[in-house]
Design a protein around this ligand. Structure first.
Ligand code: FES
Length: 647
């Protein structure tokens, strides 16, 4: 009779093992990641799994609780002291007796709570760079003069298989104290993803240390977003954000580069500001998650190229002018303290690679999260900011570019534009007959034609239009014939509606006449046309490179994408024709990518290899860009059609 068959879920890995094999050993031999700190002593509780009962025809397995050994004294002891959730077993202490389906709990499910409006729930398989290893070191012996560190290494190799271990120098003076305090039982944190590829002891504690944390952080030019994660369970302990204090040196990226060029201490001041903000934010997530910041051992950062350079203390001046040279494009590793990040002294910091001079580590993070390179279908991934980062491709080929959209989509350069905040108009509809508008204001939970709106709106104040509403109002104006295909506000309409106002030689549309008059001017329409033409021309250029006529699916990353309605984006021709149900906002995909790289070092190699293969297109150098741009100035486009929109 053959050995029992064991299937591990959710990975689906399986194999046959002799009766009596510990479940943890079976998992290890199949490469299934199950955490263990105590080395199978049944004290850390990290190796928990559960057994699924039932028959699994696909794999011809009948799994039953009787097919796993009953709890032995060590497991009983653990349960009585620490408690085991219902149905959970310690895989180190339970043995295989018959065919089994084992469920390995995957706690990190990236879902809508973490990533706003995420396209789908996703599970990140855990394989963190940090592993905690408990060992009991031999006491010193006068006849064998091997040093304390050397005896520690012997045990780490014997119990855990670590060869060629290096150690963070700051730990060396502490070793003797720690070993004695732990009565020769210590937990070492091993980092197994160093540049040297040799495993590194980065932390050491007396006794059993059962928790280690990591930080995933996206440094945006406006907002810094952060997750605090348990590296052992994969659980997201706290998530938070703060505004990037560099805003005081310049609203957008280029003004920050200019600040560096004009001020001798500019680079240093901005580096200091962002690092300080990150340290404060770490304090905040730690307080929220009740975690000691010194238990943070690993960090992953993403950011656009200019944020990337300023954070790492690199002068970004070269990124402000052609040929937009990055100081370094590959992935980087540091000790966190080298970047002035105040966490555990042995903590490491990994920065995702940048794709190109204007397509940064944030785009690499979003690419990792959405994975165009993992699928057959043609995916367009756009992150709209002052610079749109565009990635297009599938498993055969991926191309990337950036396009200078300018800040119009964020409400800048628009006469009544403002950031998305209470008082900002966020949704607009215009009646095609009467040309009367109705709208919604952030902070007022009603449309403007609903009862009680006026009262609620007075309390909040109607102060301007945010990015999502600018797209909508221009699209609605176009759909009502207030603006022509060329984007000209039609003065002839003034006879039909008092909302069409003349100012000098052009006309504008009166959206709201309150304490503050909110109009959409000819210049506003122009600014949106310029921004959307730049975005579309960039996308079109990439489509041409891949020789494709249409894309299968579109992902909007970043805050802008979370708010705009895909239908209006297509009415204006920001994006190419695509099934509307295939256009999705994925929230902070860059942050999700950072999280994936934090929890699974395999994802670091994956994105490093992917980025090295992505073909970078510099829009400024492509003669066709100008042509696409001119066509895209028209609404929705002079030459391209949008059949899926009318369908
Ligand atoms: Fe520590 Fe099982 S490995 S309890």
């Amino acid at each position: 009779k053959s050995d029992p068959l064991v299937l591990f879920m959710p990975s689906g890995k399986r194999g046959r093992f002799p009766v009596g094999t510990p479940v943890l050993d079976a998992a290890r031999s199949l490469g299934v990641y199950v955490e263990s700190v105590c080395g199978g002593r049944a004290t850390c509780g990290r190796c928990q799994v559960s057994v699924q009962e039932g028959s699994f025809a696909k794999h011809k397995i009948i799994s039953s609780l009787d097919h796993i050994s009953v709890k032995g004294p060590k497991e009983e002891r653990y349960e009585s002291i620490r408690g085991l959730p219902d149905g959970r077993r310690l895989s180190c202490s339970s043995q295989i007796l018959g065919d089994l389906v084992i469920d390995v709990p995957q706690d990190t499910v990236i879902n809508a709570q973490v990533v706003r409006k995420a396209a789908s729930d996703r599970v990140i398989e855990r394989n963190a760079a940090i592993q905690l290893c408990y060992v009991e070191v031999d006491e010193p012996d006068m006849h064998k003069p091997l040093g304390d560190l050397d005896r520690l290494k012997v045990m780490l190799e014997k119990d855990w298989g670590w060869k060629d271990l290096l150690i963070a120098p700051h730990l060396i003076p502490q070793i003797q104290g720690i070993l004695r305090k732990g009565n020769w039982g210590v937990t070492a944190a091993i980092h197994r993803d160093m540049d040297s590829s040799r495993p590194f002891i980065v932390g050491l504690w007396p006794g059993l240390k059962n928790e280690a944390y990591g930080i995933a952080c996206d440094i945006g030019s406006t907002t810094i977003a952060m997750h605090l994660v348990s590296l052992l369970s994969g659980r997201i302990v706290a998530s938070s954000g703060t505004s990037n204090p560099q805003i005081r040196f310049g609203e957008d990226l280029m003004s920050r580069v200019s600040y560096v060029m004009m001020n001798p201490d500019g680079r240093e001041a901005m580096t200091k500001a962002v690092r300080e903000a990150i340290n404060v934010l770490i304090g905040k997530v730690c307080a929220e998650g009740e975690v000691d910041r010194h238990d943070i051992l690993d960090m992953v950062f993403v950011g656009n190229p200019i944020m990337h350079h300023l954070f790492l203390g690199i002068d970004p001046t070269e990124l402000g002018q052609a040929p937009f040279a990055l100081a370094v494009s590959g992935a980087l590793q540091y000790w966190a303290h080298e970047i002035d990040i105040d966490v555990n002294r042995g903590a490491r910091l990994y920065m995702l690679p940048c794709i190109a001079g204007h397509v940064g580590a944030d785009a690499a993070g979003a690419t990792l999260a959405e994975g165009p390179y993992r699928q057959d279908r043609m995916m367009l991934l756009v992150d709209v900011g002052t610079n749109a980062e565009i990635v297009l491709g599938n498993k055969d080929r991926v191309v990337a570019a950036s396009s200078p959209t300018g800040p119009a989509f964020e409400g800048a350069e628009i006469s009544s534009g403002q950031r998305a905040a209470p008082g900002a108009i966020e949704r607009v509809r215009i009646d095609p007959e009467t040309l009367e508008p109705k709208f919604r204001v952030i902070g007022v939970d009603k449309w403007s034609d609903e009862e009680g709106f006026a009262e609620a709106a007075t309390a909040v104040g109607v102060t301007g239009i945010c990015g999502s509403a600018i797209i909508e109002v221009v699209a609605e104006m176009y759909l009502c014939g207030i603006i022509s295909e060329d984007g000209v506000v039609d003065g002839g309409m003034a006879a039909r509606s008092p909302r069409i106002l003349q100012n000098g030689r052009t006309f504008s549309y009166l959206l709201h006449d309150g304490d503050q008059r909110i109009t959409v001017t000819q210049n506003d329409v122009r600014a949106i046309q310029l921004a959307k033409a730049a975005l579309y021309a960039g996308i079109k250029l990439l489509m041409e490179k891949l020789d494709i006529e249409h894309v299968d699916t579109i992902r909007f990353a970043g805050a802008f994408g979370s708010f705009i309605d895909p239908k209006y984006a297509m009415v204006l021709g920001l994006i190419p024709d695509c099934d509307l149900s295939e256009v999705k906002a994925v929230g902070n995909a860059a942050g999700t990518g950072a999280l994936m790289a934090l929890l699974n070092r395999g994802h670091r190699r994956e994105i490093e290899q992917t980025v090295s293969k992505i073909e970078k297109i510099e829009t400024a150098l492509e003669s066709k860009f100008q042509e696409h741009f001119v066509y895209a100035m028209a609404l929705p486009n002079k030459v391209d059609t949008f059949p899926k929109l009318s369908a």
